[in-house]
Design a protein around this ligand. Structure first.
Ligand code: ATP
Ligand code: MG
Ligand code: MG
Length: 406
């Protein structure tokens, strides 16, 4: 299909599902992560090319690059300086103008600092929650910012944030000191609270290397808009289509997500998280330059999964083969439930085993070993001919997840 070897920075569950898609196309993938990382457990096609190390360590990234043709990511917290150097040394695949790093390290550098990401969107008129950088660890500095944004606000780490680890809701002035303590020694910014009525997300595939917001319709494809439900800032459930949302809003969310992604250089899959506000307007929460939790459902529910889309979009001969329609739903409705670690190392298996009893439930376990509270251990996708059918099937599993958590 394609003889280029793909290198992935990071080998967690997203990398694992990326490898699954690549295996099916017989495309070689080499993974940079710890020994026996989830993505390495199932990839024998190119196991001789895996690198043991970290996506945050320059020498390890260089070693991966030396074994691969095209580099991509399953996580944005990577060392972009070394990627910049690698591109200077050899920008393109032999005989082409196709960048060896997809999407561009510049894109990842902008996105990995959430405040820089917000400033980037402001330049293009893409609305986000109002944000102010916090330049001091002194409580008075944050109090002054709170006077501008109002309470509640969300204090956020600019970098290294995931699954809400890096967020602290500041409901009143008395939360300021605990918030600064909880996020001590991290670069911070404050974000105006979004009183959303729903969180939505859209996976977007970018197939052209250039960035151009004006060309968003020709350089991006949108997956369906989904409803996401977060608990303690961690994604818990994904519903597609979103429940009780008008066609206009669903369409507006998809268009906004595609416009946001069109501002970034390079190809690949992007996850766009959105807040739907009370007046039906939309703002971008954040963008991930990689496959995303809110797109797991695409494996079984869409014609082409987000993982297959990522593999194809980063390879020069395959990017142009992605046609409109391939990102569409192949079923009427789907629900995805995350399985998080619970109080016991194997608590998450209770839910996975219960799902075995549900006809058609698609069970994914990531091979992370022992569970810890809040750790993403797997997920379950239910397909249906209606949302009510999906909801009826997933209901007992949600109850179980809630009981394990409690
Ligand atoms: P991940 O990368 O896993 O999605 P994260 O750590 O980057 O998470 P965010 O996406 O910024 O964190 O926030 C996690 C959740 O916290 C959001 O999905 C939303 O539920 C809530 N949240 C974040 N920012 C705000 C805000 N300004 N107002 C209200 N709720 C917010
Ligand atoms: Mg994030
Ligand atoms: Mg998020």
């Amino acid at each position: 299909m394609d003889n280029h070897v793909v290198g992935v920075l990071g080998g967690g569950q997203l990398g694992r599902m990326l490898v699954e898609a690549a295996n099916r196309l017989n495309i070689k993938v080499a993974v940079l992560d710890g020994e026996n990382a989830p993505a390495k457990q199932i990839n024998l096609v190119a196991s001789d090319k895996h690198v043991t190390g970290s996506f945050a360590t320059a020498s390890d990234v260089k070693e991966l690059a030396s074994r691969c043709d095209v580099l991509t990511y399953e996580i944005e917290h990577v060392d972009t300086k070394v990627l910049e150097e690698l591109e200077e040394e050899k920008p393109f695949l032999d005989g082409t103008k196709w960048s060896r790093i997809q999407p561009s390290w510049k894109t990842v550098r902008t996105i990995q600092d959430k405040f820089t990401q917000k400033q980037h969107f402001a330049k293009f008129g893409i609305s986000t929650a109002k944000s102010i950088a916090v330049g001091t660890s002194h409580p008075q500095g944050l109090k002054d910012i709170a006077d501008q944004l109002g309470y509640p606000l969300m204090l956020k780490s600019r970098t290294e944030a995931y699954d809400g680890r890096g967020n602290f809701p500041v409901k009143s002035v008395s939360d300021i000191e605990p918030a600064l303590k909880a996020l001590a020694n991290r670069p911070l910014y404050a974000e105006k609270w979004a009183h959303f009525k729903m969180e939505l997300a859209v996976m977007v595939v970018k197939t052209a290397q250039e960035d151009s917001i004006d060309s968003w319709e020709s350089i991006t494809l949108g997956y369906p808009t989904v409803e996401t439900i977060h608990e303690d800032s961690i994604c818990k459930l994904v519903y597609v289509p979103p429940r009780g949302v008008s066609k206009n809003v669903v369409r507006a969310a998809q268009d906004l997500a595609r416009r946001a992604v069109a501002t970034f250089a390079g190809t690949g899959v992007f996850g766009v998280e959105l807040f739907l506000l009370q007046d039906d307007t939309l703002v971008v929460n954040e963008v991930a330059p990689r496959p995303h939790n809110s797109g797991h459902y695409t494996i079984e529910a869409c014609h082409m999964s987000q993982y297959e889309a990522q593999i194809r979009a980063i390879l020069p001969d395959l990017a142009s083969t992605i046609r409109p329609g391939s990102t569409d739903l192949a079923v009427s409705a789907a629900v995805m439930l995350n399985i998080l670690g619970g109080p016991q190392p194997d608590s998450h298996l209770l839910v996975a085993k219960a799902a075995l009893e549900i006809p058609g439930a698609k069970i994914h376990l990531y091979g992370k070993g022992d569970g810890r509270p809040g750790r993403k251990m797997g997920h379950i996708t239910i397909l249906g001919s209606s949302m009510s059918e999906c909801e009826a099937k997933i209901h007992p599993l949600i109850q179980m997840v809630d009981a394990v958590r409690a």
